[in-house]
Write a protein that binds this ligand. Structure first.
Ligand code: ZN
Ligand code: ZN
Length: 595
């Protein structure tokens, strides 16, 4: 594997006499496998030079893959200037993290609007395919790629490439999860250990090292690593060579020399054999395998590729939904994805339409199935092709045992159009939906009555609750704390610090999961949790990464809501903190008795 640096600067391009040796262009790295597979890591302004070089050297038509860590400007600004994208016949695949609120294609088109650039994204001549990624693994010809979320404002992935018996990890725009550790004043947190596992025994790690420890004190939360931490994490991971990158725009060549000297001295103190240097524009590194087997990585078990969009149009969905409101919600969810639906109402009709159209998915409700959905499921399963077609039932409550009759999934009322769309689309495409509606508590009817009797829903905010959420936010150092009450089809906030919302639909509510148990629900990183990763509160504006919720009970045992903490950064939450949150929750419960 051959690695060549075309851009090593962080944040903004910095041309001039003080950046001649290490380079002034922003992030761009060319990686070649021995058989010639071309992978480009980020396409900052360094992409211009790479593009020009490829136009001269490469046989045409050209094929390549661009892996974008995230869409901050210093990582994509070279795309409109990347010449091979303009040549008809060339084929390029562009990959970036999913869940930026808009698709990768739209984000890239945004920086090429006429105000900023004369050519539109669609005007580029090459065939370009866009791929949204989550954490996991996928293959590009002879290169295996693993992806891992970095800690950075804005969704960011790191990439681990393995080919020809060697591995290179690109972990750019990342800040240690533990601030104490980053300041040099504490141990790594659990998430940092996952990061180290991602770097495990890499032949080359290209790692964010934008700040010195001193500079970091003023740049906490900016999403970059102090050099000492990059060295510590990589040497603990058993990395063979470490290329420091994302050099601060204020850093001169001479500054970098000094920092590299210091880094080498610190490694000598640790008697580490890791080689360390600052990545420099034009530098080429050849990685040669010594025949040892690659270490296994946990994320390799999941596919990182989410399905490409056009494929969905080939599918049809059979709707046996009699309830008018649900029919509306579901058909709108399907048409938002361009999916065709076939409508059938009686059990006989549903079976006939299944035979005639061979749909990819069936959605049924009690009315549509003539009252007995489970028997109908059994009948559908017995038909030719029926064994493989997912069947989703709309139900008031989750009915246990339906799995045996072939029920694939439940949509429990109430649900939003957004939830139905995410869930149905995943079934149609046979991908994993990483957003799960909470099941309803067993005592739901009694619980709702108790909540209504409490008389707090839709009342004004009150200081007696607000002071508790303020204390919670401060004590746990999180931006958001809420007293959330889980109503029939929404969660409503009696008190809220740090967010300008009064309620959200119930199927988006983390708290709807938290009220199912007496214990505190802790979600250290929502992006890594199958229940929440595709939830719009995680992928969209609120950008929830961390959640901890203490259920709030009334005297009769009804869990009506939670006192919860939310952050846009992942957190660890130990027993001591859990106890403290529970204590604060008890204070809220005490206020309820005074209501
Ligand atoms: Zn950056
Ligand atoms: Zn960034």
């Amino acid at each position: 594997m051959k690695v060549r640096f075309w851009g090593t600067r962080g944040s903004i391009a910095k041309a001039g006499p003080s950046t001649v040796r290490f380079g002034g262009n922003t992030s761009c790295i060319e990686v070649r496998s021995n058989s010639g597979t071309l992978v480009v890591l980020d396409c900052g302004t360094g992409g211009h030079g790479l593009g020009q070089a490829l136009m001269k050297s490469e046989t045409k038509p050209m094929k390549g893959h661009i892996l974008i860590t995230h869409t901050h400007w210093d990582h994509i600004q070279g795309i409109p200037f990347f010449a091979p994208l303009f040549v008809p016949g060339n084929e390029w695949d562009i990959y970036a993290p999913q869940g930026l609120g808009q698709s990768l294609q739209e984000t890239l088109a945004g920086q090429m609007q006429y105000t900023y650039f004369p050519v539109k994204l669609e005007g580029m001549g090459a065939t370009i395919r866009y791929h949204d990624l989550v954490e996991g693994a996928f293959e590009i010809d002879d290169v295996s790629v693993q992806t891992h979320y970095m800690n950075h404002p804005g969704l960011t992935l790191g990439y681990r490439l393995e080919s020809d018996g060697v591995s290179a990890v690109y972990a750019c725009d990342h800040e240690p999860f533990s601030r104490e550790y980053a300041k040099g004043q504490g141990p790594m947190g659990e998430q940092d250990l996952h990061h180290v596992a991602f770097l495990n025994q890499a032949d080359l790690a290209i790692h964010d090292a934008q700040y010195t420890t001193n500079e970091y004190a003023a740049k906490m939360g900016w999403g970059h690593t102090p050099i000492s931490c990059a060295i510590d994490m990589c040497s603990k991971a058993g990395v063979r060579r470490l290329a420091l990158t994302h050099h601060d725009p204020m850093r001169t060549d001479d500054d970098l020399d000094v920092l590299v000297d210091e880094a080498r001295l610190s490694l000598a103190d640790l008697s580490s054999s890791m080689e360390v240097f600052a990545a420099a524009e034009g530098m080429v590194i050849e990685l040669v395998g010594d025949g040892t087997k690659m270490p296994e990585n946990a994320s390799a078990a999941f596919s990182a590729l989410t399905e490409a969009h056009p494929a969905i149009l080939e599918h049809r969905v059979l709707l046996g939904v009699a309830d008018k409101a649900h029919f509306e919600t579901i058909s709108q969810a399907l048409s938002a994805d361009g999916l065709d639906s076939i409508v059938a109402l009686s059990a006989d009709e549903i079976i006939n339409q299944f035979r005639a159209h061979k749909p990819s998915l069936i959605v049924l409700d009690a009315g549509g199935a003539g009252g007995d959905m489970v028997t109908l499921c059994k009948a559908l399963r017995a038909l030719e092709g029926g064994a493989d077609c997912p069947i989703i039932l709309i139900a008031d409550q989750e009915i246990r045992g339906g799995e045996d009759e072939g029920v694939s999934d439940w949509l429990i009322k109430p649900f939003t159009q957004e939830y139905a769309r995410t869930r149905l689309r995943a079934w149609v495409l046979r991908t994993t939906c990483r957003w799960q509606q909470a099941r309803l508590p067993k005592d739901e009817t009694k619980r709702i009555l108790a909540l209504q009797k409490l008389g707090i829903l839709d009342t004004e905010s009150e200081e007696r609750f607000d002071r508790i959420t303020r204390i919670a936010a401060a004590a746990f150092d999180v931006p958001i704390a809420l007293v959330s009450l889980v109503d029939t089809d929404r969660q409503w906030f009696k008190s809220c610090v740090g967010v300008d919302l009064s309620e959200t639909p119930r199927d988006q509510a983390f708290c709807a999961h938290a009220i199912l148990k007496d214990e505190i629900l802790v979600v250290p990183d929502a992006l890594l949790d199958a229940r929440f990763a595709d939830n719009p509160l995680v992928t969209g504006e609120a950008r929830v990464r961390f959640y901890a919720g203490a259920p709030l009970s009334l005297a009769d045992g009804s869990r009506v809501g939670t006192l919860c903490l939310i952050d846009t950064q992942p957190h660890n939450f130990d027993d001591r903190k859990a106890k403290l949150l529970k204590d604060l929750g008890a204070l809220v419960e005490a206020e309820f008795t005074k209501a």
